[in-house]
Ligand binder design. Structure first.
Ligand code: B12
Ligand code: SF4
Length: 455
């Protein structure tokens, strides 16, 4: 079958993101000899006529739309992408009314019922698309279209060792130049249960690892073919389990692959790793040796009350230990924070601010309020407490900001970010909204996450 996969994402902040999910799907579809093309809106700002022409010329049997972002989760000035998706589905439908339209992606998977209702499409696939999309195409090929419109990821588990993105279908070299890194996934799933977080919902709680050799094969391929020497590990938590991340580092070192990388890290050391004689200092030493240049800590708060409320499962001392280990090994680090969680007060807020400053981070990215998503523990609790109704947690972003703190946070975070050059507040558009400067820096060869430049 002829399949046109559309990357609908045009958001360039903080960086243009290559549609790696679509590329995994394309390579899975190719194993069944389907002919795949990718239409990438990231490179076609004014897409209406080109998309129409692409559909009319390629004549796909199926169009797969990847919906990544619903909004940019920035309170109070957020962007909302539903109208953009409605425009795209309308173009696809009118360009070829007989083509089957399928949607999927992280954004879709968070709000499948609402989006199926609001978008004129034939099928929606929730969760990982590799197997389910293949099954759907088989059914369409056999003229046995599936009865249900919403397909949950219920096919057998994706075999992590068969993953290999079809990088040849997008402009990988430009993505690397403009984004400063190339994405790669080493595992799926997150075993933690932070109260607000959607990642375990999207990828499950069981951690499924890729063979470290295959991970480094993929890195080697991108290095050889496109000159990629900076990677972004898109795992929810790269350092869980530590042993898997270390195995990847060892493989990089064995091959002497001279690349840098960055990742999302949880600031803690597991008891298992400690029992093996490990420590933060040792872990970050290995990371550094294997090319780790910058890590993004999912810290959220740095007072014990806030950490408990968000069920982070680590202590203020863990954050101190991991930050100090980064400093010791000259790894740049960012603390991502969420201010205004339930029960936070001025005192706990100030405690977080002073503790974070004391770790001497390269950067701090501060969010105001907790974006609520269906089925997360925090949303369920707030519904139970009567703060919000389940039906009000919908596509259009709702943020929980502790009521007594709203005005305080807006003023205080603005003040802090003026005082400290390395504090970024996306919701207030502070130090985030300079696309032209970012582009110049990238063209000048700056790699890695942009927050790196702040310290
Ligand atoms: C890593 C990451 C980042 C990194 C990306 C680095 C990079 N170079 O790639 C950074 C830090 C830059 C980032 C930024 C942002 N992110 Co982000 N990010 C993630 C994360 C953790 C993983 C994304 C990923 O690569 N997954 C791996 C790939 C393989 O999975 P996938 O793309 O989802 O694809 C699979 C399925 O979705 C499905 N699928 C995908 N497309 C399609 C299409 C069809 C037709 C089908 C059937 C299936 C299908 O199959 C794929 C393979 O299994 C997710 C959370 C998560 N766990 O998913 C958030 C997530 C995608 N991000 C999110 C957001 C909001 C953002 C930002 C807007 C935040 C901000 N304010 O800056 C920006 C936007 C950036 C941009 N330009 O678009 C949200 C999106 C939902 C929402 N609320 O709108 C998520 C889901 C997190 C959340 N809050 O829940 N992000
Ligand atoms: S915040 Fe990080 S550690 Fe916590 S559940 Fe989400 S992905 Fe897992």
């Amino acid at each position: 079958m002829k399949v046109l996969l559309v990357n609908t994402n045009q958001l360039k902040s903080p960086d243009p993101v290559p549609p790696i999910g679509l590329l995994y799907i394309a390579s899975a579809l190719r194993t069944d000899q389907h002919e795949c093309n990718i239409f990438d809106l990231n490179f076609i700002p004014d897409f209406e006529i080109p998309l129409r022409e692409k559909i009319q010329n390629f004549k796909p049997d199926v169009i797969g739309l990847s919906l990544r972002n619903i909004d940019n989760t920035a309170f109070p000035h957020f962007q909302f992408f539903l109208p953009h998706y409605q425009k795209i589905t309308h173009i696809c439908r009118s360009a070829s009314p007989i083509t089957t339209l399928v949607v999927g992606g992280a954004g879709f998977s968070l709000f499948p019922n609402e989006l199926l209702y609001l978008l004129d499409v034939d099928y929606g696939i929730v969760g990982e698309g590799e197997n389910e999309f293949r099954l759907l195409l088989k059914a369409l090929q056999n003229n046995t279209p599936l009865k249900e419109k919403l397909l949950l990821h219920r096919a057998e588990e994706v075999n992590m060792d068969t993953l290999f993105p079809a990088w040849d279908l997008v402009d990988t070299a430009t993505y690397f130049r403009d984004g400063g890194s190339l994405n790669i996934q080493t595992k799926r799933g997150c075993r933690y249960k932070c109260t607000y977080c959607t990642y375990p919902l999207l990828e499950g709680q069981a951690v499924r690892e890729r063979d470290p050799v295959k991970v480094v094969d993929e890195m080697q391929y991108s290095y050889n073919k496109y000159g990629v020497d900076y990677f972004f590990f898109v795992d929810n938590v790269f350092n869980y389990p530590e042993t898997h991340s270390i195995a990847i580092c060892n493989e990089l070192l064995k091959r002497n692959l001279k690349v840098n990388w960055t990742a999302y890290i949880t600031p803690r050391i597991t008891p298992t790793y400690r029992r093996m004689g490990g420590s933060a200092k040792e872990l970050y030493r290995i990371y550094k040796e294997a090319g780790c240049e910058a890590v993004d800590f999912g810290t959220d708060a740095m007072n014990q009350h806030g950490l408990n409320v968000m069920a982070k499962g680590f202590l203020v001392d863990d954050i101190k230990e991991c930050s100090a280990a980064c400093k010791a090994h000259n790894i740049k680090f960012n603390h991502s924070l969420i201010f205004g969680a339930p029960g936070e007060t001025i005192a706990t807020t100030e405690e977080t601010i002073s503790n974070i400053i004391a770790t001497e981070p390269t950067a701090v990215i501060a969010a105001i309020g907790v974006r609520l998503y269906p089925n997360t523990p925090i949303a369920n609790k707030l519904i139970k407490q009567g703060w919000i109704k389940a039906e009000d947690i919908t596509l259009e972003p709702v943020f929980y900001v502790e009521e007594t703190l709203q005005t305080y946070l807006l003023t205080r975070l603005k003040e802090i970010s003026q005082q400290y050059n390395n504090w970024v507040v996306p919701g207030l558009h502070i130090k985030m909204n300079y696309p032209h400067i970012f582009q110049q820096l990238r063209l000048g060869g700056v790699k890695g996450p942009m927050w790196r430049m702040l310290g």
